[in-house]
Design a binder for this molecule. Structure first.
Ligand SMILES: Nc1ncnc2c1ncn2[C@@H]1O[C@H](COP(=O)(O)OP(=O)(O)OP(=O)(O)O)[C@@H](O)[C@H]1O
Length: 259
């Protein structure tokens, strides 16, 4: 695995000429960095992520991965470099956990070639990283929501991407698995773009944070500069209080409705 440099240059999108859901956004992410995309419901987070994993084509601007325009690469080339874990999960309920994770190797196989020993090792490692070895023969349809989420992360890891896109990766996960998955993905040599609803998690996990509000970039930069009471109020319409946790000294945000 290696990490990609991501450049988003003036990228905008809308389903028609008369409707713009994402106004031009620009940012640059160093290899191995983690970008958190936050914002209220409907702010445009999933739309931006869909552009980054090449599901939507930008109306304006371009997205570069190590200097290469995503839309000048083939879909297969992109799939070798970009993996996405989405809120919608597959409906391959009859497949086993191992079979679903092995699908992550598909972009790397040529033609009808069978998976090599190395492919199998990568799948086994992804299963073990997500603590799924004990259920690798179970049918996907029999798993709980949180277990399915871990399978989807394992499939993305098996893809050995240079850029990992996560849309609300902690949905369905209990607190322990939230922390474990996020800490694990942070140790991988991969660039990460993740949408998150939990601002404290975004502040502690991410190197850079982008706040979207009504399809526009409201603020972008290091969490300490971006997740401020002023921006949180503007983006979410809540009063935000910032305190320091003891003994770590880490900032912690709490929220209340305006009086
Ligand atoms: N193809 C489309 N046509 C019309 N409207 C769309 C389309 N796709 C998304 N939208 C709208 O664009 C807005 C942004 O959607 P998006 O899914 O990006 O928001 P989000 O920030 O991910 O929201 P959430 O936190 O609720 O998941 C929403 O109001 C959504 O209904």
């Amino acid at each position: 695995m290696s990490a990609a440099r991501l450049n988003i240059e003036e990228v905008s999108w809308g389903p028609s000429r008369s409707l713009t859901l994402l106004h031009p956004v620009s940012l640059a992410l160093e290899p191995g960095a983690c970008l958190g995309v936050v914002g209220a419901n409907g702010a445009g987070k999933s739309t931006l992520l869909r552009l980054i994993y090449r599901y939507l084509k930008p109306r304006t601007g371009r997205i570069l991965l190590d200097g290469d325009d995503l839309w000048k690469m083939s879909a297969r080339q992109t799939a070798r470099k970009v993996a996405a874990v989405l809120q919608e999960q597959p409906t391959d309920f009859a497949l086993s956990v191992r079979e679903i994770v092995a699908l992550g190797r598909r972009p790397h196989l040529s033609g009808l070639a069978s998976p090599s020993g190395r492919d199998q090792e990568i799948v086994a490692k992804a299963l073990s990283d997500m603590q799924l070895q004990g259920m690798s023969s179970r049918r996907f349809g029999t798993l709980s929501g949180g277990e399915r989420q871990r399978v989807m992360v394992a499939r993305a890891l098996a893809q050995e991407p240079t850029l990992l896109v996560l849309d609300e990766p902690t949905n369905h996960l209990d607190i322990r698995h939230q922390l474990e998955i996020l800490e694990l993905v942070r140790t991988l040599p991969v660039t990460i773009v993740t949408s998150l609803h939990d601002l404290n998690m975004a502040a502690s996990l991410c190197d850079q944070v982008l706040i979207l509000s009504s399809g526009r970039a409201l603020a972008y930069g290091p969490p300490a500069e971006v997740i401020t009471p002023h921006h949180v109020d503007a983006a979410f319409g809540v009063v935000c209080h910032r305190e320091e946790l003891q003994p770590s000294g880490r900032p912690h945000l709490t929220f209340s409705l305006p009086l």
